[in-house]
Design a protein around this ligand. Structure first.
Ligand code: AMP
Ligand code: MN
Ligand code: MN
Length: 327
């Protein structure tokens, strides 16, 4: 489905409601925050009421302007008492929004705009485009198709979302057209240096130290899968929490020899959260789905039961299945 085809469905949906709750996925990233804030800007410009539920920390994304109020696990259930329509962005399943899934029971109508592969079609209206770099790119096209000119706030949100999901306009999902879109957004007044530095080149001192520990622990398996892991003892030793490891997988994925990169971290409940990246031929989304997670061909995740050693072996076994015979 193209943006032009989805635009009439979207317009009718927006016209039918006055109040909207927007949700991205848990542990919000640049694209889920960018798309929620861009959508909130669009809705408020039409005189609608919008609120966003984020589950997780936003401190790495302070360069993305927040045009509306933020709901938390308590206020989201209160917000569900009055009539509202639900917009799911950058995830296709209510459970991926964490506590936001309460909206599924109470909303009068729902819409989902997503670009993850094979995650189903939950909402009343779904626009899923796995070819899109990001949901932010999809919104850029959608607003254009609706004849809505993006202001500085929405342009910054959409730019940040595209930049984030393309790893700074670098991933294999990039096309010449995306550079043109980025140029157009930049011309709308995006503070490019702040956004790019904030997304990719800013870490607290603690995060830098943790990264050091993660790199020291990295090992290469079968010559082409780089793996690092942090269990609770490692985190304690580094004086860090699992949140301080966000973004580590991108750094270990820079290993020249590696086709795939895996980062595993033990959460406080003993479960193991896994981030995966690949370069040319391994489909990490397939590996994620094998363990109830998912994502994209080149970037995916999942959460497994511990202990660490078992989780690592399970992930490696799935990855090995995709290696060419001779390796
Ligand atoms: P991450 O490694 O957390 O940056 O995630 C990489 C990509 O996979 C992102 O697009 C995530 O939204 C997606 N992803 C991560 N974990 C899951 C999961 N459990 N279920 C579905 N998609 C996921
Ligand atoms: Mn995302
Ligand atoms: Mn995304």
């Amino acid at each position: 489905m193209t943006a032009a085809e989805f635009a009439p469905v979207f317009k009718t949906f927006v016209e039918a409601h006055d109040r909207f709750i927007l949700c991205g996925h848990i542990r919000p990233d640049g694209d889920s925050i960018g798309s929620c804030t861009a959508m909130a800007g669009y809705l408020t410009s039409l005189g609608k009421t919008a609120e966003i539920y984020y589950e997780g920390d936003l401190t790495h994304y302070e360069m993305i302007p927040q045009p509306v109020g933020r709901l938390d696990p308590l206020t989201v259930s209160d917000a569900c008492r009055k009539p509202f329509a639900w917009i799911l962005l950058d995830c296709a399943q209510p459970s991926r929004t964490g506590q936001g899934q309460i909206c599924a029971e109470h909303c009068s109508e729902s819409i989902c705009i997503d670009h993850h592969v094979n995650m189903g079609e939950y909402a009343d209206h779904n626009w899923i485009d796995p070819e899109a770099t990001s949901v932010s790119e999809m919104l850029y096209r959608l607003f254009k198709a609706c004849g809505y000119p993006l202001g500085q706030q929405e342009a910054t949100s959409v730019f940040a979302g595209i930049a984030f999901d393309t790893g700074g306009f670098r991933h294999s999902s990039m096309t010449p057209e995306i550079y043109t879109i980025a140029g157009e957004l930049a011309a709308a007044g995006v503070a490019i240096t702040d956004v790019m530095n904030g997304l990719f080149h800013t870490k607290t001192m603690k995060e830098q130290k943790v990264l050091g520990a993660i790199l020291r622990k990295a090992r290469l398996y079968r010559g082409c899968i780089v793996v690092s892991e942090m269990d609770q003892a490692d985190l304690k030793q580094a004086g860090a929490t699992s949140d301080d490891c966000e973004g580590a997988v991108a750094v270990i994925a820079e290993t020249k020899e590696a086709e795939a990169a895996v980062f595993l971290r033990e959460l406080t409940n003993g479960q193991i959260r896994v981030n995966m990246r690949s370069k040319k031929y391994i489909d990490v989304a397939e590996v994620g789905r094998a363990f109830g997670g998912g994502g994209h061909v080149r970037a995916a995740g999942c959460t497994l039961e511990g202990p660490m050693l078992m989780a690592k072996q399970q992930i490696l076994n799935e990855l090995y299945r995709q290696l060419p015979e001779e390796s």
